[in-house]
Design a protein around this ligand. Structure first.
Ligand code: COA
Length: 568
């Protein structure tokens, strides 16, 4: 079937649908919803059998939905309507939520229902729900709808609020007034729900020491209490604020009026005014270590998977400490939503010299990668529960084994960031695993990759577990098996020998120097593409066209192929 994905952006959900629909043999092309004329043109060029809209901020034009089946992926249960579906579900504390695939018509979210898939809610941020439960339910819903397209006997269900299984309703756009925190009255649970309902976007508007800021990245601060609303202390870059019955950690803020109006670590945004806050032990921790038997698990749930210079340095220290332990296997856990997305583009954008900070950050992540690659005492595993992008993928590849949860999306390329060459020893790690030709295709392709393809190519060693819980369970068994296996010494010896042989052939440092020469040009050279792309990314400048890498219908080399218009 020819399926056009019409989306506001090629976000994680659209990427997952792209991967899974293609894997099932459909011809899939993507168009960003820029304006009606451009969308119309895309439809005329591609002539799709079906249009799927995974993430839209506006209605589909009537000229399109009248003539084509257009299915909207709505992140709500049957009958739910409106632009703040997940926000309301979190704020209202719904125990169960869902995704509904419905047909576009004249009334927003009121079209006939093709599929609906429900899931139990988790007490996490909106972005985390979206990247996990919503994405899985949306995929199931879209696959069901695609299957039903081929069934003559199937009739989509008209929205009928008198039916007992239609439990949703129309809700308005959630306002800041709906989310406002009353620090004197709100419990920790309420504060967390309010912040989570708005995280990653738009955040909860609040005031801290007279400065208006948006709040993100909130966690309970166990055991802490104080005058409601007061700041109790800091932990690294996070601040702790008292609620009615406890306290919360707030890791990230955005000062819309400030010189850097994008998300940054809280202490960075508040600056000198909070310099005297006491450092609290056992606070907000973005790096954690646990040991089970002979396996050490190093966690680094950095917000949005972005790794600043300072975070890379701390993680390297934690890794070296883990390596000093009497264990056999180190598992690099990343975070629950992202394993890593590489260097911290927001911190770089906010630096006095973004070029210098880019340089410091790439060197810091390289130093971490080098420690992992040169580890001779342990077998190492990167365990991807969440997605990874750019340098994050190659950092993962620095370990001996890379295992991912089923459904994780990888973006193993840098070029979208203004033709960035990339480092993290990728020129050593990637061809070694996948061969030179595939390495070229992966990095030039600029396409998201699913776990099946990544395994076939050798970028991943294995994937398993349909959700985080199942993945963790199997991960522990496999890591134990590796540590306790009779062949452990042999495996370790083989890896050390292979590394020594590689070093003789071409020193690791030489790969690094060659990569950094190219990165130096990206950061300090005449071509400002990287700085422009980073600015656009951090400031979320909307895209003005869809790249031909995903808009197949706009790719002239493809269109000149006579077989192009036939569905695969
Ligand atoms: N630095 C800072 N923030 C980052 C980041 C990075 N390297 N990578 C992702 N983020 C942030 C995004 O700005 C977004 O922020 P939000 O919470 O305000 O919405 C959030 O993480 C999620 O990213 P998003 O792009 O919405 O997720 P996605 O799943 O749709 O796409 C990627 C994932 C990896 C393709 C995309 O985030 C990306 O291209 N990141 C940049 C990777 C990169 O070039 N790193 C530098 C070179 S190593």
């Amino acid at each position: 079937m020819k399926i056009l994905l019409l989306s506001h952006a090629f976000n994680s959900l659209s990427q997952r649908l792209h991967i899974e629909l293609k894997r099932r043999g459909h011809q899939v092309s993507v168009e960003f919803d820029i304006n009606d004329a451009v969308t119309q043109q895309a439809v005329e060029l591609f002539q799709p059998d079906l249009i799927v809209a995974p993430f839209l901020k506006r209605a589909i034009p009537e000229t399109i939905w009248r003539h084509h089946t257009c299915l909207i992926v709505h992140p709500g249960i049957k009958g739910d309507r409106g632009p703040s579906a997940l926000d309301w579900a979190i704020l209202r504390g719904e125990p169960e939520w869902g995704v509904t695939v419905l047909q576009a018509n004249a009334e927003m979210d009121a079209g006939d229902i093709w599929a609906t898939v429900n899931f139990p809610m988790r007490a996490v941020s909106k972005a985390s729900l979206y990247r996990n439960e919503v994405t899985e339910a949306a995929l199931q819903g879209v696959l069901l709808a695609v299957e039903r397209m081929g069934q003559e006997s199937f009739n989509p269900e008209p929205l009928d609020y008198s039916r007992p299984d239609v439990k949703g309703c129309l809700r308005p756009l959630m306002s800041q007034a709906d989310r406002r925190i009353d620090w004197q009255q709100d419990s920790t649970e309420t504060v967390l729900r309010k912040i989570r309902s708005a995280d990653g976007f738009p955040g909860v508007r609040d005031e801290i020491l007279g400065q208006e800021v948006m709040l993100y990245d909130a966690h309970p601060a166990a055991g802490l209490r104080g005058e409601p609303g007061s700041l109790l202390g800091r932990s690294g870059q996070a601040i702790c604020r008292a609620t009615l019955d406890g306290a919360v950690w707030i890791g990230h803020l955005r000062d819309k009026q400030g010189p850097h109006p994008f998300k940054l670590p809280a202490m960075r945004v508040l600056g000198d005014r909070v310099a005297d806050l006491p450092e609290l032990a056992d606070g907000y921790s973005d790096i954690g270590y646990e040991e089970r038997g002979r396996v050490g698990y190093l966690h680094f749930p950095f917000y949005n998977g972005a790794m600043s210079t300072e975070q890379c340095n701390r993680l390297r220290e934690a890794y070296v400490q883990a390596r000093g332990r009497d264990t056999r296997v180190i598992v690099l856990m990343g975070g629950p939503d992202f394993w890593s997305n590489g260097i911290h583009l927001n911190s770089i954008e906010a630096a006095e010299s973004p070029a210098d900070e880019s340089w410091a950050n790439i060197n810091a992540i390289n130093d971490l990668a080098r420690e992992i690659i040169t580890t001779e005492t342990h077998l190492t595993v990167s365990a991807l529960r969440g997605n990874a992008g750019a340098g994050g993928v190659f950092l993962a590849r620095a370990a001996d084994q890379v295992w991912a949860r089923d459904g994780v999306v990888l973006n193993p390329h840098y070029k979208d960031m203004g033709n960035l060459y990339g480092s993290e020893y990728w020129t050593y790690l990637l061809p070694k695993r996948v061969g030179a030709e595939r390495a070229r295709r992966i990095t030039q392709g600029r396409l998201p990759m699913g776990t099946d393809e990544a395994c076939e190519l050798g970028l991943l060693d294995d994937h398993f577990g349909q959700d985080s819980g199942h993945f963790l369970e199997q991960l522990r068994q496999r890591a134990d098996a590796l540590a306790e296996g009779g062949d452990f010494d042999q495996l370790l010896q083989r890896k050390v020998q292979a590394r020594h042989a590689d070093e003789l052939e071409k020193p690791l440092e030489a790969y690094r120097q060659e990569e950094l020469e190219r990165m130096n040009l990206n950061f300090y050279g005449f071509d400002p593409s990287y700085h422009v792309a980073r600015y656009n990314f951090v400031y979320k400048v909307p895209k003005s066209r869809t790249p031909v890498t995903i808009a197949e219908h706009r790719d002239l080399s493809r269109r000149s192929n006579p077989d192009w218009s036939k569905a695969s």
